[in-house]
Design a protein around this ligand. Structure first.
Ligand code: 2BA
Length: 109
């Protein structure tokens, strides 16, 4: 068994949860915040049997889109007067950041 931890954009999360549920996967949705943009994103926990892992990844790949976002740099540059001014940066976010863990034990009590 594997545990998929998928960090996705809020815009994709409802469709992704529905897509996974419709395909028969169990999903837990967490409201999370990205460290760099300090904006909300969504983390999904999906426990899957090994033979259904590829199917879950296909659903995630199909639904999650990458997007450009303008963010204010969290590391402001020093201006000429020694004042720190934040500057905008363009970043490409998503489609999904996915971690896959082997599950040692799965118990429902
Ligand atoms: P954030 O940390 O808010 O990052 C949003 C996007 O900002 C990233 O998109 C990336 O394009 C950019 N970015 C992040 N750190 C950067 C840096 N030091 N310099 C320049 N640009 C940077 P994604 O890579 O698609 O990541 C989306 C979200 O996935 C992240 O939101 C974070 O919540 C999570 N994530 C990504 N990599 C992770 C990791 N290694 N461990 C834990 N969470 C991760």
């Amino acid at each position: 068994m594997k545990l998929i931890i998928a960090i996705v954009q809020d815009e994709d999360s409802a469709r992704l949860v529905r897509g996974l549920m419709d395909a028969g996967y169990g999903v837990t949705k967490l409201a999370t915040t990205g460290g760099f943009l300090r904006a909300g994103n969504t983390t999904l926990l999906v426990g899957v049997e090994d033979d259904r892992f590829d199917g879950a990844m296909e659903v995630i790949e199909k639904i999650c889109k990458s997007r450009k976002q303008i963010a204010t740099s969290p590391s402001p540059m020093s201006g000429s007067a020694g004042v720190y001014v934040p500057y905008p940066v363009e970043v490409v976010v998503g489609g999904a950041t996915v971690f896959v863990l082997n599950v040692e034990k799965f118990v429902k009590i």
